[in-house]
Design a protein around this ligand. Structure first.
Ligand code: NAI
Ligand code: MG
Length: 398
């Protein structure tokens, strides 16, 4: 097979550190690829007024697959302050490059798997019926709609008159908000389309079938958010009855789900939700399997084959300048495994995951988070592994 080209998008802070480590592991596993670096992140906002330059979009368009570290985002005013002086007059407004990537390439499917590694000291434990300690095996795959809903960006403060007038035609708006001055109102919309909803639902059901999960749980709030959550659940029922009768369809409310998931997390298989609830429920499940050092993700468009693979964590700026890096590279390395699965390099992905599992189970090499230390530069002296040492240990198992 011809050698692949992967777009490497290091971004900012620890994103740069962990991406290098993931590439080291891919090399050691014998995955043959060329890596071309794409510019993305804070530095490009400051220098060029654009955190996602067109040349980076072109690179991804051409090569289709990207590994992404993390970026730094700052609030509007701070972003403006840091802009190069000659750009300040241009009326530029900062917006998150990762959200721009999602929308530009319609990366509407976001998959965040959460699987327990045996022997991880950060695993969720609970008390059993006889007071004994149980460690449930979590294995869930969360499908989050990645482009619409509450993160779709259609929002206003002091909305334009036409928008306000349109809202007034809704009896509930009129009754509950009609007496509030327009300038005192902020509105964020939650738009679901049938097309995108069907795509995320089918992605979830297909995944359940392919990997042998017995159930798909729609995690929304259809009893209250009747139009959007209601539509998703109704479509899930239709799709399941028509095409996936071998897979059970479960329905939970996001609030109740947040309670249930510490009670019986091992009972869930595939979970599917809109953008915001998917974000919430995936962070919650990630907390049961080790938190940000372990949480990986894929976002892709099944039609174009364009995919971006990244850890859930951000750029953790306070750790970025440590002389010896202390952060856990596993979330990024796991994200690289998701990339391998996406391009059908399943054997290599499997070998890397097995190597990680062995290192975690052995328990000799643990980054500061796994050692339950607070993240200071002296954690290495106290026995925590550095980022590089964790990677070395994984490579040694390959
Ligand atoms: P963060 O995820 O960067 O860090 C939060 C805390 O989690 C850290 O202080 C550290 O204690 C821990 N942590 C994160 N990654 C870790 C790792 N690999 N190993 C061990 N511990 C780890 O989130 P924060 O501090 O809220 O945001 C920092 C910057 O990152 C902000 O500018 C934010 O906008 C951005 N961000 C970017 C994301 C992305 O690129 N997709 C996602 C989340 C935040
Ligand atoms: Mg999040």
């Amino acid at each position: 097979m011809s050698k692949r080209t992967i777009v490497a998008l290091p971004g900012d802070g620890i994103g740069r550190t962990v991406l290098d480590e993931a590439i080291r592991v891919l090399d050691a596993a014998g995955f043959e690829a060329d890596y071309v670096e794409g510019d993305i992140g804070w530095e490009f906002w400051r220098r060029e007024g654009n955190p996602l330059p067109q040349r980076t979009i072109d690179l991804l368009e051409k090569h289709k697959i990207a590994l992404f570290g993390a970026i730094t985002s700052k609030p509007k005013d701070e972003a403006f302050e840091e802009l190069a002086p000659e750009l300040k007059e241009k009326g530029l407004v900062y917006s998150s490059p990762i959200v721009c990537l999602r929308q530009h390439f319609n990366l509407d499917i976001c998959l965040r798997p959460c699987r327990t590694y045996k022997g991880n000291p950060l695993n969720f434990i609970r008390r059993g019926p006889n007071g004994d300690v149980e460690e449930p095996q979590v294995d869930v795959a969360i499908f989050r709609q990645n482009t619409e809903g509450l993160y779709g960006g259609v929002e206003w403060s002091d909305p334009p008159q036409q928008v306000y007038d349109a809202f007034l035609t809704h009896p509930k708006f009129k009754k509950n908000f009609g007496s509030v001055p327009k300038e005192d109102i902020s509105i964020s919309t939650r738009i679901f389309t049938k097309r995108a909803t069907e795509r995320i639902l089918r992605a979830a059901f297909d995944h359940a079938r392919k990997y042998g999960y017995k159930s798909v749980t729609v995690c929304e709030k259809p009893n209250v958010i009747r139009e959007t959550s209601g539509m998703m659940y109704k479509m899930a029922r239709q799709i399941q009855q028509a095409d996936y009768s071998d897979i059970e369809l479960w329905n939970t409310n996001i609030d109740a789900q947040m309670m249930w998931l510490t009670k019986n997390p091992e009972d869930y298989g595939v979970i599917v939700a809109g953008n915001m609830f998917g974000d919430i429920v995936s962070d919650a499940f990630a907390g049961l399997i080790g938190g940000l050092g372990f949480a990986c993700s894929a976002q892709y468009n099944p039609d174009t084959g364009i995919g971006v693979f990244e850890p859930t964590h951000g750029s953790a700026p306070k750790y970025a300048d440590y002389k010896v890096s202390i952060v856990n590279p596993i979330a990024m390395i796991e994200s690289a495994c998701m990339m391998l699965d996406f391009i059908e390099e399943h054997d290599t992905a499997k070998r890397i995951r097995k190597a990680i599992a062995e290192v975690v189970a052995e328990g000799k090499v643990r980054t500061y988070d796994m050692a339950k230390m607070s993240g200071r530069p002296d954690v290495i002296e106290k026995g925590a592994a550095s980022t590089q040492q964790m990677t070395d240990a994984i490579i040694a198992k390959l």
